[in-house]
Design a protein around this ligand. Structure first.
Ligand code: KG4
Ligand code: ZN
Length: 337
């Protein structure tokens, strides 16, 4: 079954053709990064306008790279939550139009579930596993029992991990996207130059939860307070100290989840999963195996949408024309010990 996957939840306009939830025939990703760079962040109105301009050329490219015509598509999967409302609406409306004109079913997809499905497009990974989803919009540690069976164990109570990278980089003018710039600067920095604080969220309901607002405030507004004066206050040192603290916040919760669940396999996804310090720390954890999708499947892409969409459509599910979009993460069980 050939599925067209449509992803337009943020600043990537992407379409892919995937067969039977596994074989990627094409995965075209048109990123808007260069257009948002002058603003040092994604401008929602610009993002949705560009999706309306790019969506048809991206479709044509995805079809021609897959070597098929529109008539050979058997179903459509489209991200409909969470994300920027205007951007989501472009993709969803396009999917509805195509579905009606071609007379084929379509399904709305939860973007977070799709990220956790992405590595399964490249290798067979047995369930259950721990999902670690870290991006500009999300910071989620979850237990994954199936493509549609996900239990969120911990999540950020304020800023997302990638958002913290982006905001620190924006404040210090390190470059855009912030995570990439900080990762690069940190390679030549000393992570001991600042002792930035982490959150104290280990009790009760927050055992696996994460917070980045305190760290962000410390790095942006209270730099001197955490400065280890024997080292220089350079961009590299700020970046390295911030990165180490931000990633360690994540790893501390992840280690708790590993201990409590007994699961030994971690599947990482989202833009921050590309972070070199995170990767080196995870590979040093001998008790767990970590699986990362390749870069085009780590960032937002249509292939993960088509891949997971196949499983819903194959079991006969299809969305009604009244399907809508949502900015929020919905449809997960949240559990605490
Ligand atoms: O998954 P993604 O492409 O888009 C969504 O947010 O859904 O993730 C983008 C985020 C941005 O916040 C970016 O700064 C961050 O991922 N990022 C990184 C790195 N590469 C991208 N953060 C830390 N280290 C990186 N190497
Ligand atoms: Zn994403």
């Amino acid at each position: 079954m050939r599925i067209l996957g449509i992803e337009s939840s943020c600043d990537e306009c992407s379409m892919a053709v995937v067969e039977d939830g596994k074989r990627i025939l094409s995965n075209v990703i048109a990123t808007q990064i260069d257009i948002h760079r002058p603003y040092k962040g994604v401008v929602p109105e610009i993002a949705s306008r560009l999706h309306t301009e790019w969506i048809v050329p991206v479709l044509n490219d995805a079809l021609s790279k897959a070597g098929i015509t529109l008539k050979e598509i058997e179903g459509i999967a489209v991200t409909n939550r969470p994300g920027l409302i205007g951007s989501l609406l472009v993709g969803l409306s396009f999917a509805k139009g195509l579905s009606m004109s071609l007379g084929i079913p379509y399904i709305g997809i939860n973007h977070i579930k799709a990220h956790l499905y992405a590595p399964l497009l490249e290798e067979d990974i047995p369930y259950p596993f721990i999902g670690l989803l870290v991006s500009g919009g999300h910071t989620i540690i979850c237990r994954v029992d199936g493509f549609d069976s996900i239990e969120i164990l911990g999540t950020t109570i304020d800023d997302a991990c990638g958002e913290a990278f982006d905001k620190v980089a924006k404040f210090y003018d390190f470059g855009y996207p912030g995570g990439v710039a900080i990762d690069k600067l940190a390679r030549n920095g000393n992570s001991k130059a600042f002792n930035f604080p982490g959150p104290n969220l280990h009790k009760g309901d927050h055992r696996y939860d994460i917070s980045y607002s305190g760290l962000k405030t410390a790095v942006v507004n209270q730099l001197d307070q955490f400065w280890n004066r024997e080292y220089e206050k350079t961009p590299e040192n700020i970046a390295a100290s911030f990165q180490k603290t931000a990633i360690n916040i994540l790893l501390k919760r992840l280690k708790r989840v590993i201990e409590d669940t007994g699961l030994r396999r971690v599947v990482a996804g989202g833009g921050v999963a590309a972070n070199s310090y995170l990767r080196s720390e995870l590979s040093a954890m001998k008790e767990v195996t970590t699986v990362y999708p390749s870069l085009p499947l780590c960032t937002d892409n249509g292939a993960m949408i088509a891949g997971i969409g196949y499983h819903y459509l194959a079991r006969g599910e299809a969305a009604p024309l009244s399907e809508t979009v949502s900015a929020r993460v919905t449809g997960f069980r949240k559990a605490y010990p």
